[in-house]
Design a protein around this ligand. Structure first.
Ligand SMILES: [Cu+2]
Length: 146
């Protein structure tokens, strides 16, 4: 009697942890930390323009985003990262191109943050970006205004 109740509790706990693992390994929903604009995201906590950071790399490294749109950045690494604009590649300091500048600050593990590009950003503008925390240790990328 006592043993079977313990066994049942173990099975329940196992099922709960498996459910948790399945959940956290997919898209880490329920664990995103948003800095605002949460109402503008869809049910999955994403948008049409997504940048994923994984294994110290940006995916895709080069992305086109229309002026005025929001770029979502998800960090799937354990280490924090940032998406920080620079005036030219290899500059590794916060900078702007054609007045377009952005900096997510530190994005912690499994967190997502948004970058909203100015409506006035001139189409065709190519803004290089880097990670403030890892600089040359990580490949850089670009955001091109559509
Ligand atoms: Cu980094």
């Amino acid at each position: 009697m006592c043993v079977s109740s313990k066994a049942r509790r173990f099975i329940v706990l196992l099922a709960v942890s498996l459910g948790f693992l399945a959940c956290s390994s997919s898209t880490a929903h329920g664990n995103n930390s948003l800095t605002g604009g949460a109402s503008s995201i869809d049910a999955a906590g994403t948008g049409p323009y997504m940048l994923t950071i994984q294994l110290f790399a940006y995916d895709p490294p080069n992305i086109d985003v229309p002026a005025g749109e929001t770029l979502w950045v998800v960090n799937k690494d354990v280490e924090p990262h940032s998406v920080t604009s620079e005036s030219k590649t290899d500059d590794y300091t916060l900078g702007a191109v054609n007045g377009v500048q952005f900096d997510t600050g530190n994005i912690n593990a499994n967190a997502r943050l948004e970058i909203t590009l100015p409506v006035t950003a001139p189409p065709g503008t190519v803004v290089p970006y880097y990670c403030k925390l890892h600089k040359a240790q990580m490949p850089q990328g670009t955001v091109t205004i559509q």
